[in-house]
Design a protein around this ligand. Sequence first.
Ligand SMILES: NC(=[NH2+])NCCC[C@H](N)C(=O)O
Length: 407
Amino acid sequence: MRPSPLMVSSEIGRLRSVLLHRPGKEVENLTPDLMDRLLFDDIPYLEIARQEHDAFAKILTDRGVEVLYLEDLAAEALEDREVRGRFVEDFLAEGHIPGEGTKAALRELFLGLPVREMVDRMMAGVRRTEVPQGRSRSLADRLDTDNPFAVDPLPNLYFTRDPFATIGTGITLNHMRTETRNRETLFAQYIFRHHPRFRDCTIPLWFDRHETTSLEGGDELILSPEALAIGISQRTDAASVEMLARRIFQDGQTFQTVLAFNIPKKRAFMHLDTVFTMVDRDKFTIHPEIEGPLQVFSLTRRGQDVHIEEEHATLEDVLKRTLGLDRVTLIRCAGSDPVDAPREQWNDGSNTLAIAPGEVVVYSRNYVTNRILQENGITTHVMPSSELSRGRGGPRCMSMPLVRDAV
Ligand SMILES: NC(=[NH2+])NCCC[C@H](N)C(=O)O
């Protein structure tokens, strides 16, 4: 076995390699009736969303970051016909396809395409009108429904942060709260098992997609080689946080502490990284609305066990102690203004992606917060943000680091 090609031991170490997904047809397969189930608040204009996404990727590649695309890795992982066949079966089994006739037609459709087109097609979803008819059709195949899709699109794929997450040299392959996002994790499973870059490598699995409680990458933050912060949120269960801590402590990685942040369970704050991110060694963005109700626990390694304690100090003090710092700065979204802060948080003003200590990618529309970041000595790389933001995720949500330098 080769050593793990993954290494992420902080939120801010110089970014070397990152996984993105360029939005595809799946975004155009949203309709008002589907938005709620598919976790969107509006329908992005695909052409502009792609331009914005390309601008994001260019900021990264211009700074020497290797940008990999989920759709390319998935296609490369599925080169082998036998692996591809199994993938298609798993995909169909989890796709809530109405009947066996539809399933057979989809199988034929997918397996008849060149592999890269097949991947795009699976991500995009298949409309009922696109499924060839005519073969023996069961009752389930013939029922009228109000869903125009034989298999739903996966419009959240461009939020690569969530379905799996790199921690140290391993990953959590996540069990997502919702069915629509759980289907996304199948791509990661096949990539890590079958892609030449990852197969035959020792990549610890801290969490598996078949667990019964949920964990999503937007809740997983790596504060330092010794400490993680994990959100208990609308998407991540407390039991998952404890399980993750136990496994990481037992493996003998460098992590000694997991701070569990119990944040309000609501759409606007779905993950910890929508309200709290790290931008420099001692600087964090935070949305003021979570500061009051925030309950923090520390889970620490005690031999083979996990010791759990509720923190009663201020967030600043907990962070100082955990990171061994004399001072920390919390940079409040839009400076806590009662109108600008919730507006900019809604459009991911607190959701920064650090590409080096003190250097972050941000959305242009959050200009109040961006100015405050600059006043605090943070370098901001500003990307366009009209369309991508409609999916409720910012630069951190749209990226999954695979390798960062040590800080
Ligand atoms: N890491 C994040 N905050 N991701 C945001 C994901 C947004 C996506 N529409 C969802 O609801 O799942």
